[in-house]
Design a protein around this ligand. Structure first.
Ligand code: ME8
Length: 649
């Protein structure tokens, strides 16, 4: 984060599209921001933590239309699920910005006007391809890279079909910033963590930047373009600006506030949106004469099997159920400590359970419990400062300081997973100390020495509690409470830990709380009460209720590719286009009834929220519906052509 010398810390997350509830991927970015914010609060900095939702654009408009809702009503319905999830996970944000917030809308319009006055935005005509799921214009370079100059290209980012667009548009003079951007990257090699991501960005900019279309005429769900009612603002020109409008940019009376917080110290995002944040966003800021963010932290994807966890693939894991089953801080720990920032990581229940048992219940929880039980059993609830520290205890203190220094270095660079790896090395050392010192034997003939070992262990746990507080705030508050300590505030805790001797008194509590419980038996994801009650109903009656029916997501899609699955004599692998919900691979055992060209380019009905299944080594992301008449199958197609992705109701 490279911000040790400033007294404020401004951190942002991407603002999430509100076409579904938050999933583990959105939670991951938000958690990283929360850990960074809390870590900086411990440095006694003023912190602004901005998160929120991205509510405009074609993708949202289409998703709203598919469920026959007005866009605003549709986006409103997702705000509480987002806020509730963040609350459940103790995400301590300062502002939850919505791109439909009036101050944001006004500030984006003011921004456009300013750039127009400077001649940096002009009107012209756009003709090319557009990817709605990514809300991105496909560049000529993308087409050339993919060798797809003659057909309708797939999006270079998500691989889905793009659409040809030809419309009047306002353009931002992105091309004018090519050299300035390259110079900036050169002068600021640590602008992006991890550094390797910088190479992709530099290569893209070096290959040439074209001016960027920043308005659309074919949709209405967006911020009205100032002075031209036929246009709405392109969703990324709207969304990226949230990072400045969220702290008062172009809002009368907020100048001081804005000048205090901007530039952002850390902007967190997934690798899917690096081009927008590392190229367009800095260029927008340069055009506005504003400083650039100090660092972008670009993390990899959480995967399920081979695929990115995503709303459109329907392979998401719900944060709510995970928290109920495993505990909030356990999930916070697993995501931040065990997923590497630098790469894609699979999500695995087995690994999650192993980490909870080994790292949390065994390494940390047991250490605390053993020390507490032993001390209290031997009437040592009030732990005084020892007259002298043994060599082993001094070494433990030195190791703590070394840990804190290395921890800070990793945190400042944004490598939070590594920082907590270092903390766990120290926890292992404390365990070793406790084991080697054998306080349970020492108590038999040396009370003073016993008290010294307990005090050293308490001091070590005290330091660990602060190091881990950004990651597991609630559990660490319990740990401190069991040591009889109140959370300190008003000073830089890490500086204090590094500069002061071990002179704390502890007042141990004999409460029965087990900090982290072992998972004895493999857990089953807890079902919500809603699901349970529905199940009860359906086991009593043979009929199903409307609530069961609405759980099945049936949609229309066009079969765009039919491929024979070699290892099977029944299966086809279909590529099905669901419009705004993307292209999915669906395996279907209909080979005996249909030749490929009887399916190709046909519309059919599909179950879209079936959990992904592996068949013959391939993933099926849904199910095609057919009618069975005797031994033959009949394709279920709509009577007339309907928009791909349309839901059956
Ligand atoms: O792109 N693994 O919104 P979005 C890790 N509105 N992180 C993931 C993830 C996964 N499987 N899936 C999503 C948008 N994310 C735009 C952003 S910002 C001005 C506008 C995280 O809802 C990751 O941070 O598609 C990714 O960049 C972000 O969610 C995309 O969220």
């Amino acid at each position: 984060m490279d911000s040790l010398n400033t007294k404020k810390f401004y951190v942002t997350t991407p603002i999430y599209y509100v076409n579904a509830r938050p999933h583990l991927g959105s939670l991951y970015s938000t958690l990283l921001a929360d850990v960074a914010a809390r870590y900086n609060r411990l440095h006694n900095k003023k912190v602004f933590f901005l998160t929120g939702t991205d509510e405009h654009g074609l993708k949202i408009a289409q998703a709203a239309a598919a469920v026959e809702k007005a866009p605003k009503e549709f986006v409103d319905s997702f705000i509480e699920p987002f806020k509730d999830t963040w609350k459940l996970y103790n995400i301590d944000y300062t502002r939850f910005i919505r791109t439909t917030d009036p101050d944001h809308v006004a500030a984006v319009q003011a921004w456009i006007m300013r750039l127009m006055q400077q001649g940096l935005i002009y009107k012209s005509h756009y003709a090319g391809f557009y990817c709605t799921p990514c809300e991105t214009f496909v560049t000529e370079k993308d087409l050339a890279d993919n060798n797809i100059l003659n057909t309708v290209p797939l999006c270079p980012s998500c691989g889905r079909t793009t659409e040809y667009v030809s419309e009047e548009s306002y353009f931002f003079k992105l091309s004018a910033y090519q050299d300035k951007l390259l110079q900036f990257y050169q002068e600021n090699p640590d602008f992006i963590t991890p550094r390797e991501r910088m190479a992709e960005v530099v290569a893209f900019v070096t290959s040439g930047l074209k001016d960027l279309s920043i308005s659309r005429t074919t949709i209405t769900w967006g911020i009205p373009f100032p002075g031209d009612t036929h246009h709405v603002t392109y969703v990324w020109a709207d969304a990226l600006n949230n990072y400045i409008t969220g702290v008062g940019y172009a809002t009368p009376g907020q100048e001081k506030e804005f000048n205090f917080w901007w530039p952002a110290d850390l902007q967190i995002l997934g690798k899917d949106i690096v081009r927008f944040h590392a190229i367009y966003w800095p260029a927008f800021l340069m055009a506005s004469n504003l400083a650039l963010p100090k660092k972008l932290l670009v993390h990899g994807w959480i995967k399920v099997g081979e695929h990115k966890m995503s709303k459109s693939r329907g392979n998401t894991v719900a944060p709510l159920e995970l928290a109920v089953t495993y505990g909030v801080d356990q999930i916070r720990y697993y995501l931040v400590r065990h997923l590497a920032i630098t790469q894609d990581s699979p999500f695995s229940y087995d690994e999650l359970e192993q980490r909870i048992n080994a790292d949390l219940a065994h390494d940390l929880g047991n250490l605390l419990n053993r020390m507490l039980t032993l001390a209290i059993k031997n009437n040592l609830a009030d732990v005084a400062i020892p007259a002298q520290w043994s060599g082993a205890s001094q070494a433990l203190h030195e190791a703590e300081k070394n840990t804190i220094t290395r921890f800070i270095t990793e945190m400042e660079h944004g490598y939070m997973n590594r920082a907590y790896g270092i903390v766990w090395e120290y926890i292992h050392e404390v365990n070793k100390y406790f084991h080697v010192q054998q306080p349970w034997k020492v108590i038999k003939d040396d009370q003073e020495k016993f008290a010294e070992i307990i005090s050293a262990t308490c001091h070590a746990l005290y330091g660990i509690a602060y190091l881990c507080w950004p990651l597991m705030p609630k559990k660490m508050e319990i740990l401190l409470d069991q040591l009889g300590i109140k959370m300190a505030s008003g000073s830089d805790i890490f500086a204090l830990l590094l500069s002061t001797p071990w002179t704390k008194k502890f007042n141990l509590k004999n409460n029965e709380t087990v900090l982290f419980k072992q998972i004895e038996q493999k857990k089953e994801i807890t079902m919500t009460e809603e699901i349970k009650s529905v199940q009860k109903l359906s086991s009593v009656h043979q009929t199903i209720g409307i609530e069961d029916l609405t759980k099945i997501e049936l949609r229309v899609g066009t079969i765009e590719n039919v491929q024979i699955v070699e290892k099977s004599d029944k299966l086809y692998a279909l590529k099905v286009n669901f419009g705004p919900f993307g292209i999915r691979q669906i395996l279907s055992g209909v080979r005996k009834s249909f030749k490929p060209d009887e399916l190709l380019n046909k519309q059919a009905l599909f179950v879209c929220n079936l959990a992904p299944r592996m068949m013959m080594g391939m993933e099926s992301q849904g199910m095609m519906l057919v009618a069975k008449e005797g031994s033959s199958l009949v394709l279920m197609s709509p009577a007339t052509h309907v928009t791909n992705g349309t839901q059956l109701s």
